[in-house]
Design a protein around this ligand. Structure first.
Ligand SMILES: Nc1ncnc2c1ncn2[C@@H]1O[C@H](COP(=O)(O)OP(=O)(O)O)[C@@H](O)[C@H]1O
Ligand SMILES: [Mg+2]
Length: 371
């Protein structure tokens, strides 16, 4: 097992023809035995980062360290890293057993040990009963387990998984997600797991690194990312439905601050004021998660008039256990996550309360969180 360190790593494809870097000055330490998720939209540099760890892509600048070795100039076969891709890349003419044993054969592992390791991996992944089948006689989920098995038999120091569940249907994806987490609990191999899906990231990662346009935005636990996003990008990327953003002006009202919008004036609780004092008279972006917009009749405690947002129900999406309500507040659309018992209908006028402790504020220019 091994830690993995990205030390100020930059990747520019095409040898300096002025292209934007696919990855810029990435510094990130994945601890020994950790399950770290690298998440971000398509094209943000996730696969590039993985391929550089595996040795499949040259590093333009900086260092990658696996264990105690700088691996920049080490060929892939000497890195003891196992990679699992979205496509399973199994050999169709070989049985599952031979597919699993093949990486060991390549490394000249003796036959006895090969068989032992294949048995062990098959047991861990619960694919013992398919060892004599060919891949085409397996379901997508079973094939994915065989692909994982090929990584496990190698006793690699690091697992690199690049969107390994993308080809599975929704139900199997959720199931395999949980299996992968359990697998990691058992084998404890340091794992870097790449996905564009924030739900997958939130449910699987010990820690999550959020990337945008080749730049690391935040590295934190799932809860910390959700509660305290460091900027507007992370705030909008983590959480589904996404956080609402509203342009407001900060005004002073006696001792207190208020967020002013054409549709409402909202008191900002003293606990959230912090550096917002520096923004009096200026525009900032206010963020409210859909689950923190509450219909008046369901809001707890005394509600001051100033905390109420008058809204028109625009669209209601029924999900059974909850509803997503698209509200119009003076031309601004807000998404709220509400209880089906409200029986809301299109065109209805309601009042909602934003839970004040959960308001977020971002600098309108830098998009950084105002603490
Ligand atoms: N071999 C390549 N040559 C040139 N540009 C590439 C190559 N591979 C990836 N890129 C570019 O680098 C950026 C990051 O790509 P990638 O790492 O595949 O992103 P992700 O895996 O997050 O979707 C993208 O802009 C992509 O077009
Ligand atoms: Mg990719």
């Amino acid at each position: 097992m091994s830690r993995v360190i990205f030390d100020n790593v930059t990747k520019i494809y095409g040898g300096g023809g002025g292209e934007a870097p696919a990855l810029s000055n990435l510094s990130l330490e994945i601890e020994d035995e950790e399950f770290l998720v690298l998440v971000g939209p398509s094209g943000c540099g996730k696969s590039t980062a993985m391929r550089m760890v595996a040795g499949l892509e040259e590093i333009s600048d900086g260092r990658i360290i696996i264990g105690d070795r700088v691996v920049n100039d080490l060929p892939p076969k000497d890195r003891n890293v196992a990679m699992v891709f979205q496509s399973y890349a199994l050999y169709p003419h070989m049985s599952v057993r031979d597919n699993l044993a093949y990486p060991l054969k390549l490394r000249k592992v003796p036959k006895n040990e090969r068989e032992e390791r294949v048995r062990e991996a098959a047991r861990i992944l619960d694919i013992d009963q398919y060892l004599d089948r060919k891949p085409k006689a397996l379901s997508g989920g079973q094939r994915q387990r065989v692909a994982l098995g090929r990584a496990i038999v190698r006793n690699a120091d690091v697992f690199l998984m690049d969107e390994p569940l993308s080809n599975l249907d929704a139900k199997l994806r959720v199931q395999t997600r949980a299996e992968l987490v359990k697998l990691h609990d058992r084998v404890r191999t340091t794992t870097i797991y790449v996905t564009h899906d924030q739900t997958e990231a939130m449910t699987m990662g010990d820690r999550i690194a959020v990337l945008s346009l080749g730049v690391l935005q935040q590295l934190a636990t799932p809860q910390e990312l959700y509660d305290n996003p460091s900027n507007k990008f992370v705030a909008g990327f983590i959480g589904s439905p996404a956080m609402n953003f509203i342009d407001v002006t900060v005004e002073a009202a006696g001792e207190h601050l208020v967020a002013v919008h054409p549709g409402f004036r909202m008191n900002i609780p003293d606990s959230r004021v912090g550096n917002l004092r520096d923004y009096v008279g200026k525009q900032v972006t206010m963020g409210i998660r859909p689950e923190h917009l509450v219909e008046r009749s369901l809001a707890a405690g005394e509600i001051p008039e100033t905390a109420l947002l008058p809204a028109t129900v625009d669209v209601v999406e029924l999900l059974g256990n909850e509803i997503f309500v698209y509200l119009d507040v003076r031309g601004q659309t807000l998404t709220a996550r509400m209880d089906p018992s409200l029986r809301l209908e299109r065109g209805q006028q309601i009042e909602v309360v934003a839970v004040p402790e959960h308001l977020h504020f971002f600098d309108a220019q830098t998009e950084q969180t105002i603490r």
